[in-house]
Design a protein around this ligand. Sequence first.
Ligand code: SF4
Ligand code: SF4
Length: 323
Amino acid sequence: MKKNKLGNTDLFVTPIGLGVLTIGYTQLDLPLEEGAEIVKYAYEKGIRLFDTAQYYETYPFIREAFKGIDLSPDNPDRPIIASKSLDHSYEEMKAAIHECLDALGIDHIDIFKMHEVRQEPDWSDRAGAWQCLIDYKKKGIVGAIGVSTHHVDITEMMADIPECDIVFPLINYAGLGIRKGDGPGTAEEMAAAIKKCLDAGKGVFAMKAFGGGNLTNTYMKSLNYVRDLGCHSIMIGMGKKSEIDDIVRYAEGVLPEEYQPETKDKKIHIDQGDCEACYSCVERCPNNAIYINDAGLADVNYDVCLTCGYCAPVCPVRAIIMW
Ligand code: SF4
Ligand code: SF4
């Protein structure tokens, strides 16, 4: 598979990456060997960008999958691993980076990001974590640094932050899940912010091209839209080998324009018999898709749910599951 240079970094990535979130406990919750097999299969099929996060708890899958592969910068064809942390302070971010290195058994990681940066004051509140990333890049322990975000404002702002190498924004043609300030943003607004980042030399890989599964019924249109924005890679969460086969064929340009895979929508479900109305999921959801209903229990607005699974881990009674 051909590779794209990731902005001004010296990293080269495939136009499709594997989002490792899907195989983890917030979504498919695959056993270690099965999940590792998916990561390994993606690598064997030529994918060379893998995005994970401290929050996903998926490092063991990656370590298992890449056993015996040289992950150091000396190997030009290594799988590029990107991770990220929700942390705010310098010390927390330092711990998150070391947790990642230890869990993966490496002493250098290609990309580390601030996870899910929201509108101000979030960026300012996380100044300590950002400074830590800058310092770890200077030390040569992290190769490139950046942010993941659902927000137009943050994406736009990152174009002007000189230390930022990588931007990982949410984008899809329908605008599902895009935020701007306290409200929704549009695909056009995010596309303009992405262009600004690309023009500034940032490495850009995109998330949620399928809007969290809501746009898989327009498979080619969804992928083509993000590809045509010029993003260096599109991160796709996949839990089946057949999905990897499809996306590799897409990246190689051999999938017919009319292609449409069979799709089975998965959804977040809340077991209201267990819900204690603690509001943790309401506060955690990046897309305001959970609310407390008239019965005083958590409920999902499926019109805006992105099936990201971020809500599940914060539920103290495990009332949130995806199937
Ligand atoms: S309800 Fe849960 S799965 Fe849906 S967007 Fe919110 S955090 Fe993500
Ligand atoms: S986190 Fe769990 S217990 Fe709390 S409101 Fe949400 S579903 Fe209910």
